[in-house]
Write a protein that binds this ligand. Structure first.
Ligand code: HGY
Ligand code: MN
Ligand code: MN
Ligand code: MN
Length: 395
């Protein structure tokens, strides 16, 4: 089956005809449909599928008696996300195996094709949920207690799918992950060639800001008498934007919860989630300090309060230079660049697994949006590159 056919089949799953976007939260029907598609493709290729308690999957080609090279990514998406972020890595992995088989290659060590659950954290709020649990960096009980926006816990979602939550925990899949290579669509516009190699992943964190004030009547409460958490939030968002620009970093408030969320009432509470990233750990830390400080100062002025809880913070990931340079060599000098986006590869690298990433050029530079794009020729170049890298690592 050609890459084009694989891609057309996979990207038809759950595509919103109005927006062209995808909303595939972990363990939701469309994400399960994409996972079923993946499993069917593995079966068609006689790949031996192994899964772990939270639903990460690795499908193996070659001898099952030793660690091997795993390549893959994720099939879930952000809310109304693009087609490529995640699925391109999974589909390219299948296509690369097809290509190596067509070329008559027989791996000396097994090659695994992986799909890891809830990488975006768009349902349960924890980025790289599946890989973090697999790597043992997120305890199973904490993961199982995570809830989605309807209050459904991961534990209940698994049970509803007929999966025993007791199986969730550090994953046996990682025992055989000798090397991990993730192909991913570029998120930003740095590539001048179809394929690049990642040098590092920026530190990134998610922080929950809870602003508390005093609910009151929108029409009768004098402006000077208000304790309006929406105002404190708005000034904090402005401060975050300014501080990020000053630090050459990134700060985004993309998600809000407003109580009681009425048009004619001053809110009592505003919960805002900050996604912050910077080129190094120290800059991220000082950025958060500056934003938090300004939020507290503003709250004092407004007669409101603010509490900040870090929900997940990931330090910088520098991919091992030896493996990185080996890929650059295999790809005849592919460009090397950092990324501000988090990935399962970052979790596996931090867990001590030799890890590398390939990026496929995105001419729009846009991601986490239906406008995310990669040219077919560049995607095919990505499959070629991945096949060459897998051959080099598994021969
Ligand atoms: O959010 C991220 O950085 C990644 O795309 N999951
Ligand atoms: Mn993403
Ligand atoms: Mn991704
Ligand atoms: Mn009234």
């Amino acid at each position: 089956m050609s890459f084009e056919t694989l891609w057309a089949d996979q990207s038809a799953i759950g595509r919103n005809p109005e927006t062209g976007g995808y909303t595939r939260g972990g363990w939701t029907p469309t994400e399960r449909e994409a996972t079923a598609w993946f499993l069917d493709q593995c079966t068609r290729r006689d790949l031996k599928v192994e899964s772990d308690g939270i639903g990460n999957l690795v499908a193996w080609w070659g001898p099952a008696d030793q660690p091997g090279v795993v390549t893959g990514s994720h099939l879930d998406s952000v809310i109304d996300g693009g087609a490529f972020d995640g699925p391109l890595g999974v589909v390219s992995a299948l296509a690369a195996v097809d290509q190596l088989r067509r070329d008559g290659f027989t791996p000396r060590v097994p090659i695994g094709v992986g799909a890891f659950v809830e990488e975006e954290g768009s349902r349960f709020g924890m980025p790289c949920l599946g890989s973090r649990v697999a790597a043992g960096v997120l305890p199973a009980d904490k993961a199982l207690a995570l809830t989605d926006r309807q209050g459904v816990t991961l534990s209940a979602a698994l049970e509803a799918a007929g999966v025993d939550p007791a199986g969730v925990g550090p994953s046996p899949l990682l025992e055989r992950m000798g090397t991990f290579v993730e192909l991913h669509v570029e998120q930003g516009r740095g590539l001048t060639a179809p394929v690049g190699v990642a040098s590092s992943i920026w530190p990134h964190g998610r922080y929950r800001f809870t602003f508390e004030g005093e609910a009151n009547h929108a029409g009768t409460t004098l402006m000077e008498d208000r304790h309006d958490p929406m105002l404190t939030y708005a000034m904090t968002a402005l401060a975050a934007n300014k501080q990020a620009r000053l630090a050459g970093a990134r700060a985004t408030f993309g998600r809000l919860s407003i109580e009681p969320n009425g048009t004619n009432a001053v809110p009592s509470r505003v919960i805002a989630w900050l996604d912050a990233r910077a080129a190094d750990d120290a800059t991220l830390e000082s950025l958060l300090e500056a934003i938090t400080r300004q939020a507290v100062e503003r709250a004092e002025r407004d007669g409101t309060t603010v509490a900040v809880v870090p929900e997940s913070v990931s330090p910088i990931v520098d991919f091992p230079a030896g493996l990185r340079d080996r890929l650059v060599g295999v790809l005849d000098g592919a460009p090397v660049l950092p990324t501000g986006a988090g990935h399962d590869a970052g979790v596996f690298s931090a867990a001590g697994i030799p890890t590398a990433m390939l990026f496929v050029r995105n001419p729009t530079g846009i991601s986490h949006s239906p406008a995310e794009f990669a040219e077919e020729d560049d995607c095919l170049a990505g499959v070629e590159a991945l096949a060459a890298v897998l051959k080099d690592l598994a021969q």
